[in-house]
Design a protein around this ligand. Structure first.
Ligand SMILES: Nc1ncnc2c1ncn2[C@@H]1O[C@H](COP(=O)(O)OP(=O)(O)OP(=O)(O)O)[C@@H](O)[C@H]1O
Ligand SMILES: [Mg+2]
Length: 251
């Protein structure tokens, strides 16, 4: 096994590092107790890299992903998206980066219950363009959403709401939503963790196909060693620290 220990991006963040984290810490205050969850995590991902993140439950994977995905602020440290210091930016600029540069897929889909599949996929565009501009481009955007959903095998489910979809279908809608604005980075937190193995396999194939076609930088959290083995690089986390980071496949 060719596993390096704690390979951290110590050099300057370069343009080839599409997504990186520097010395990220996170603590939560619970009453008078301070819970320290992340202890200075470094990670740098290149363009088009496919990386899995593993670690036991409670290791801090989701917390770290939310910080990388600009959904939750770090206590200290920084996240760089295409070389830009994301957490130092004004909130609106950070929101724009989150919307255009990052797609996020969650274990439990996080679709809006009152919207149908097409409308869920259109959400990032509505946020990006604002209501007026969105309405002006509505037809073209709806067409794009429909064709992405059709590509994901959901052309017969376009007007279904999440409650009318299976788990695998919901996750395919969530994937279409995450990719709708063609972000260069996709972050997926146990995207097949709530699906049976056959359904999970289909979603995973879709995810990996899109990663390849779009040359996405994909960071994929999983508990499944078989999924991790599909990734050239595996990062292992324990108790809020990176334990190892490297190519674990046998030569
Ligand atoms: N908002 C919060 N307030 C307090 N503690 C939190 C909060 N969010 C997470 N934690 C704690 O941080 C630790 C790491 O949680 P996290 O969800 O990041 O783990 P994980 O590695 O994703 O685990 P799993 O594999 O079960 O999803 C846990 O002990 C959790 O209880
Ligand atoms: Mg988690």
């Amino acid at each position: 096994m060719n596993r390096t220990t704690h390979v951290a991006p110590k050099g300057p963040v370069t343009a080839t590092h599409v997504l990186s984290a520097r010395a990220v810490t996170k603590s939560f205050q619970i009453g008078d107790r301070k819970l320290e969850i992340l202890h200075g995590v470094d990670l740098a991902l290149g363009r088009g890299e496919l990386v899995s993140l593993m670690g036991s439950s409670g290791a801090g994977k989701s917390t770290f992903l939310h910080i990388l995905g600009l959904l939750e602020s770090p206590t200290s440290g920084e996240v760089f998206i295409e070389g830009r210091c994301a957490w130092k930016l004004p909130v609106q600029e950070r929101a724009a980066i989150r919307n255009q540069k990052l797609g996020f897929v969650f274990q439990f889909y996080h679709l809006l219950a009152e919207l149908d599949a097409v409308e869920n996929v259109l959400l990032p565009a509505m946020i990006l363009h604002g209501r007026g501009a969105y309405l002006g481009r509505r037809k073209a955007l709806r067409e794009k959403a429909r064709s992405l959903l059709a590509k994901f095998g959901l052309d017969h489910r376009l007007e279904h709401r999440p409650a009318q979809l299976s788990g695998g279908e919901r996750q395919r809608v969530a994937l279409a939503r995450a990719l709708f604005l063609d972000p260069p980075i996709l972050i997926a937190d146990e995207p097949t963790g709530n699906l049976d193995s056959a359904t999970g396999e289909k979603v995973l194939e879709l995810l990996l196909t899109e990663q390849k076609e779009r040359e996405l930088t994909l960071l994929l959290v999983t508990h499944d060693e078989r999924i991790a083995s599909r990734c050239r690089r595996v990062v292992r986390m324990q108790d809020g620290r990176i334990l190892s980071d490297g190519d674990e496949r046998r030569a």
